[in-house]
Design a protein. Sequence first.
Length: 335
Amino acid sequence: MPAQEELKLFSACQADLGESPVWDEAHQCLLFVDISGGQINALDQHGRLTRLYESPARIGALALTEKGNLIFSQNAGVAILDRTSLRVTQNSKLAITLSSYRFNDGACDPQGRFITGLMDDEGHSGNTGKLYRYDAGLNASVILDGISLPNGLAWTSKGDELLFVDSVARTLYRAPYSANGNALQKLSVFARTPEELGRPDGLALDIEDNLWVCQFNGAACCSTTAMGSCCRRCRCRCHALPVAALAGRICAPCSLPPPNSACRRPNTRTIRRRVISTVSGCRCPGGRATVSRSSNRTGIRDVERRQVSVNSRSTPSPFPESDPPLRRAPRRFFL
């Protein structure tokens, strides 16, 4: 039976659709985006939130660059944000002009290129999704097409294999990854998610190549071994956990169903707010985990009262330097 973990509230930072958590070692903060809110945010060790960038576009994912700046996707394009001036210094061409399409999850490959998945917000079930790769000039090439909803991306420690999610198919795929290859080939199924656990969404690999997968509408974050078997499961009252990042612990935005609701799946029309919680009792390296959790507008006051009671106590930083490393340093874009 997979080990069970416990979630505790850390910070009541809020977002409409918070995703793409990335640990920034230099600034000791957790970066994440608000997709529908068009925001890039930074959460420090004390739970204080700073907005770095805001746009009318949908911001799907971000990654660090070698110069300490940020590469991120907005709608169906990719841009560079200067961390000092907080201004966009470079934009790519749009991958597609249809307004319903946007880039979803994204990450840098071992060669420093930005890989991100294109999806149709209005038609998740069609095989219209694609994986794009962006070079230093923000020139795009398609490395995989014919998938439904491309999601979490991670490379093994050797960098010779890519694992990614198709959320609609409830499937995690693996494929050999070549530095000079033009397209992914020889795809194989790494694991399938049972329907009762919802859909696999974001993922991250720890230093032992265990795969941490957030289950959207499954109220869980699962750790899967290199052989594809589940070894740990982090359960919570939240239903929708979109993404995971490793920063000495697990970071994953997730969503609560409406108050007093008996249904397993949240009413997405009512989900508006997100807060950050902490996982304690974790038996994996790195100890605790942080997650962001949604509530609807009518229930946010109760969440905020719980947040005040937690923060009013003298608690240690959720990101202690003494924690054993749970993750490898995130790969960076080569600009």
